[in-house]
Design a protein around this ligand. Structure first.
Ligand code: 7TS
Length: 404
């Protein structure tokens, strides 16, 4: 079982106050907080072995290279990738998606079709629209229902021999819906399409097995799972990564350079031009260790309790509507209260030390579906507590009274 009081001691930020009140941090879907164990790794790197990697024979460079490559292996093991070179370090989910979208520019042609879902974050919509503009391919959308679930019969109907790629998030950031990616992958493969799963919101809550899923690309950001910002990963099946051309040119990604011709390095270096976020990569590995020490089964069970408790408490508030009531969902609750603007509630909650996100959550098509400008989003992690939810409900009721 998960000892939340012990866990909270790992997170220095949870001791601070905001506007004179103890911080209650419910904006975890935007970014998670960082435990001391990961902060220590960052301090250790800059204090003891900061050096550029893969380049020097000197000891510091070797130590930094070893730590960075060990982090890659940790990530490989965590996601159960077959090879460590199938893990590409990127600056995060957005970068990973753009890398793949750019690579497919040379592989798609007019008449090809790509499918996204109605539940996507803008970063899993815009790069594909840009890809369509470049190639003449067209974009199709799997629609959603009122509960915030994808309509799979419509997905089946969209698939055909022209479908080349399918992009879907594992978990929706705006509603918390867990999408049936096993089904989506199987059906896409049946028509010969490749699948990219955006795991930005799933990786903090579940441990995906990319081989069991048979997914072609899986992407995530370290900052959503207790790691630092500015680093993330792209998992790609070796065969696909070999087919895609490099994304950026520069140092590190070459085999030989002359003015007549350059040949590219093998995987993973082909996609890692320039000096990477070395410390970030190492800290990403430490964050994965931290989460695994707590255990993803424990995390999922505890967060489900928080979700059930929070949903029950919120539903008792008159005029409050929760958006996203999928059968399978994680600890994200998006809601509005009557006609009060989400921003107004968010601002008053902040005055009471409570951090929630308000707005369209970079998922405007979802807001358009519900015909609302945005929602208030409370998103919980394993270091949150029922007591915090109680304090949030009291503060929310006060805010509603002030604004009614
Ligand atoms: N995909 C999903 C599903 C996301 O939730 C996010 C970030 C991204 C992609 C982009 O990740 P990045 O690390 O490259 O920025 N989501 C949010 C959010 O919900 N609030 O702030 C960022």
């Amino acid at each position: 079982m998960l000892d939340v009081q012990k866990i909270r001691k790992d997170f220095p930020i949870l001791n601070r106050t905001v506007n004179g009140k103890p911080l209650i941090y419910f904006d975890n879907a935007a970014t998670s907080q960082t435990p001391q164990q990961v902060i220590d790794v960052i301090v250790d790197y800059y204090s003891n072995f900061n050096a550029n990697i893969h380049r020097g024979v000197h000891s510091l460079s070797q130590e930094a290279t070893d730590a960075y490559e060990q982090a890659r292996i940790k990530i490989q093991n965590h996601f159960n990738a077959k090879e460590s070179h199938e893990i590409i370090f990127t600056s995060g989910t957005t970068h990973s998606i753009n890398l793949v979208a750019n690579g497919f520019s040379s592989l798609l042609k007019k008449g090809d079709e790509i499918i996204v879902s109605a539940l996507e974050h803008h970063s899993n919509i815009v790069p594909w629209q840009m890809l369509c503009e470049r190639t003449g391919a067209s974009l199709k959308v799997i629609p959603m229902n009122e509960n915030g679930e994808l309509i799979l019969s419509d997905y089946d109907a969209l698939l055909n021999e022209n479908t080349k790629l399918v992009f879907v998030n594992h978990i929706s950031n705006a509603l918390g819906t867990i999408n049936p990616i096993e089904y989506i992958i199987e059906k896409a493969h049946a028509v010969g399409a490749a699948v990219l799963v955006d795991g930005a919101q799933s990786c903090p809550h579940i441990k995906p097995d990319v081989q069991a899923l048979d997914v072609d690309f899986y992407v995530c950001s370290a900052h959503k799972l207790c790691g630092p910002t500015g680093v993330g990963m792209l998992y790609g099946k070796e065969a696909w990564l070999n087919k895609l051309p490099p994304y950026q040119g520069g140092g590190e990604m070459i085999a030989e350079v002359s003015f007549e011709k350059t040949t590219y390095a093998g995987l993973p270096h082909k996609f890692e031009a320039g000096t990477p976020n070395i410390c970030g990569g190492i800290a990403f590995g430490a964050a994965i260790d931290y989460m695994n020490n707590i255990g993803f089964e424990n995390i999922a069970k505890y967060e489900q309790e928080l979700l059930d408790y929070g949903s029950e408490q919120l539903q008792q508030i008159e005029g409050l509507k929760i958006y996203g009531t999928a059968k399978e969902k994680t600890s994200v609750i998006s809601f509005n209260v009557g006609t009060i603007h989400p921003y107004d509630i968010g601002t008053i909650l902040d005055k009471m030390g409570i951090a929630v996100r308000t707005g369209h959550h970079c998922a405007q098509p979802i807001m358009d579906f519900y015909k609302i400008p945005g929602t208030i989003r409370a998103s919980f992690m394993f270091y949150n507590t029922k007591e915090e939810i109680d304090a949030f409900i009291v503060a929310l009721k006060k805010a509603i009274m002030m604004l009614s």
